[in-house]
Design a protein around this ligand. Sequence first.
Ligand code: PPS
Length: 569
Amino acid sequence: MTMSPNLTPVPELYVSYESAQKLKVEAADLVSWDLSPRQICDLELLMNGGFNPLKGFLSEEDYIGVVENMRTADGALWPIPITLDVNEKFAEALEIGQDIALRDQEGVILATMTVTDRWAPDKAREAEKVFGANDEAHPAVDYLHNTAGAIYLGGPITGIQPPMHYDFRARRDTPNELRAYFRKLGWRKVVAFQTRNPLHRAHQELTFRAAREAEANLLIHPIVGMTKPGDVDHFTRVRCYEAVLDKYPAATTTMSLLNLAMRMAGPREAVWHGLIRRNHGCTHFIVGRDHAGPGKNSAGEDFYGAYDAQDLFREHQEEIGIEMVDFKHMVYVQERAQYEPADEIEEGVTVLNISGTELRRRLAEGLEIPEWFSFPEVVTELRKTRPPRANQGFTVFFTGFSGSGKSTIANALMVKLMEMGGRPVTLLDGDVVRKHLSSELGFSKEHRDLNIERIGFVASEITKNGGIAICAPIAPYAKTRRSVRGMIEQYGAFVEVHVATSLEECERRDRKGLYKLAREGKIKEFTGISDPYDVPESPELRLETENVDVDNCAHQVLLKLEQLGLIAG
Ligand code: PPS
């Protein structure tokens, strides 16, 4: 297979500069849709030709073809639905044929779209076909059901301007900019390496070998759009990549950042990544073991077979127009002090390896990370963003009935943590929050959710900045607690503490006299009496408070924090 697709430009969806200025003024009068972060990523790649041959968000017919057979209606290979999901209210107010303006999160108009299609997708079917299972343990299936709007809009895009990026501007290239760069340097063959993780010595070795075997130059092409929740943030990663770039022989390798929103769709994602790299002028693409794998499903098994991605890629290689380079699993051979492909190593030598989980453990516990595993510059960067757990921020989230003792225990815990020192502590008590942060809210489901989300947001900011947030609302709904957990776990630990005082005991105590009023119907929607409480199924800690004093309850929380490595013993 000989390929040199980087000689001609790829079609873009932008209008000329003059037309864009005019269109921008006209578009200000259109109905407009505020794009989500994921839609902004998709739109950028639609406009700059990264998603060539797509000309806009998929029509219903294209969507069905892509979901069912990985093909648009005119037969082009395309494995991932690129759809504009919106809410029902917005969709209902539109007419087919209408132009809408697409705005970024600051309100800047990036493009217009002529709405040709509007439909309610079968999301369960989409999940089964595209991601292999309708299982919310898959991040994209979770997104599909819990974040994406109920209605999809389709239609061609007219590009006005790309989304603005203020970070690493010199490292961001459109497909045509990369093609021009390769042309200028005379790079006829280019191997692309896709990554969402920091690079260590094994990656450097494998990418270098891949390029050497293909007699090609190397493009490190990391994702800086959206990756798997919990990944190392792209700012840190790019600083790590810059350090690794210096380790390749000069003028063989370059790096460019790709603002793609990954879906973690394994085999289909690999094909998609191949098409995107072809559009960026590459001739070869490295596909590894479990490419773009999302981890375990809700039954604890892998979503995809380890080599499914390679198999699907191989099947469509000609059509993708880019040659696959199999990932070689590289391991360190101690006797020879070098990395070698695992399948070429004879018996009897000492093979060293540090898994991703082991690396995270070593970072979390501040343990040594050997030089044979990674470059010192990379380890230094990682240590900055992943300090040992005992120095990271975290959130303790108490939940339980009104009068269960949440506030009292939370106060005691706060004082104990302040006595220990080291990190700032903030208490977001239910009553206090309702006074300062949520004073206009009542107790409907919608208002309670809003209240808890606000608490979650503040706690996540505190956690991100290395502090301790103690929250003590009722937080009666499991789904909302789960969403807050998700917000916080990006930055540090979320320790859910169920204050399990029974309703009978809370009502017997009735410190504020509210239960009496609730029984008399004078307070409506009162948790436990006339409003539900979802008992936490697996909190980090459950506190039984009957016949246990407050000091002891707070001490149990401290012991849990110590056990989790969040405070020094
Ligand atoms: S929630 O559901 O998490 O938003 O509730 P929260 O913000 O923690 O507020 C609970 C406090 O408000 C008082 N209160 C009520 N609680 C439950 N249901 C109703 N209808 C209600 N009306 C007022 C009550 O005193 C709660 O305080 P705590 O500290 O939990 O006893």
